[in-house]
Design a protein around this ligand. Structure first.
Ligand code: SAM
Length: 224
């Protein structure tokens, strides 16, 4: 991978917020918190990236890498990001020789050059504790760094999820679950609002365990 791409994206460490700590504890307690197998969502996303001939993929909120492994096993060049120090260390230990891991709070922006990434993949990252403004910034960052015609494939929990409006309300559409994770739930209208400026190629509802999610495929317009 072009070194100028990577040199722009530095680790932002020394984070100590409640949500980071929760994820660190979860990942410290289990080597495979979400299991080892890739998700069906990832398998389909990898197919979509490969069908376009894409090679360079940025993964947001990679966790312990159940999907990351599938992406690299399928020949994609992956930069994986997460703010958990523990999961980043585990990712580096497992796959560090095959891909790049960057520890970063994605609320602080993605400092990659414009038009440098073919595809962006995020399974259940945007469903974490992001405010409207933080989401708008993240979407605009992704749009900036994708090549024209590039794809952003992501999933979020939605307002049909059984856990929606349960637990402790943190703010509009964000609820703290019993494990202490703040989860944001999206309506159909929310998706359309936050995805403005992208072409919505596909949007569907699916389940993973007890979670009810939207899977969304966006394309950066080819003329931008
Ligand atoms: C629900 S987990 C999904 C993990 C992985 N995508 C998977 O499906 O196995 C969400 C991940 O996002 C990370 N995360 C949450 N908020 C973040 C933020 N602001 N910046 C970077 N990573 C974040 C967490 O550490 C966690 O690994």
């Amino acid at each position: 991978m072009d070194e100028t791409i990577l040199s722009a994206l530095s680790d932002i460490a020394d984070m100590s917020g409640e949500q980071e700590n929760n994820w660190d504890s979860a990942y410290m307690g289990s080597e495979s918190y979400f299991g080892e197998s890739p998700t069906l969502f990832c398998v389909r996303s990898a197919d979509a990236f490969k069908a376009q001939g894409f090679t360079i993929i940025l993964e947001l909120g990679a966790g312990q890498g159940r999907d990351t492994k599938y992406l690299i096993d399928n020949g994609l060049t992956v930069i994986a990001t997460d703010f958990s120090e523990v999961s980043c260390a585990q990712l580096r230990q497992k796959f560090g020789d095959r891909m790049t891991v960057v520890r970063r709070d994605l609320k602080q922006g993605i400092d990659l050059p414009p038009n440098s990434i073919d595809g962006c993949y995020a399974h259940m990252l945007l469903t974490m504790d992001f405010t409207d403004d933080e989401l708008k910034r993240l979407m605009s960052d992704v749009k900036r760094i994708l090549v024209p015609g590039g794809l952003f494939i992501f999933s979020v929990r939605n307002t049909n999820d059984h856990d929606y409006e349960t637990g402790q309300k943190v703010r509009e559409d964000v609820w703290k679950n019993p494990k202490g994770f703040n989860v944001r739930y999206y309506s159909n209208d929310d998706i359309r609002k936050f995805c403005e400026g992208f072409e919505i190629v596909r949007m569907n509802e699916f389940s993973e365990g007890n979670k009810v999610l939207y899977g969304i495929t966006l394309r950066k317009p080819r003329d931008q």
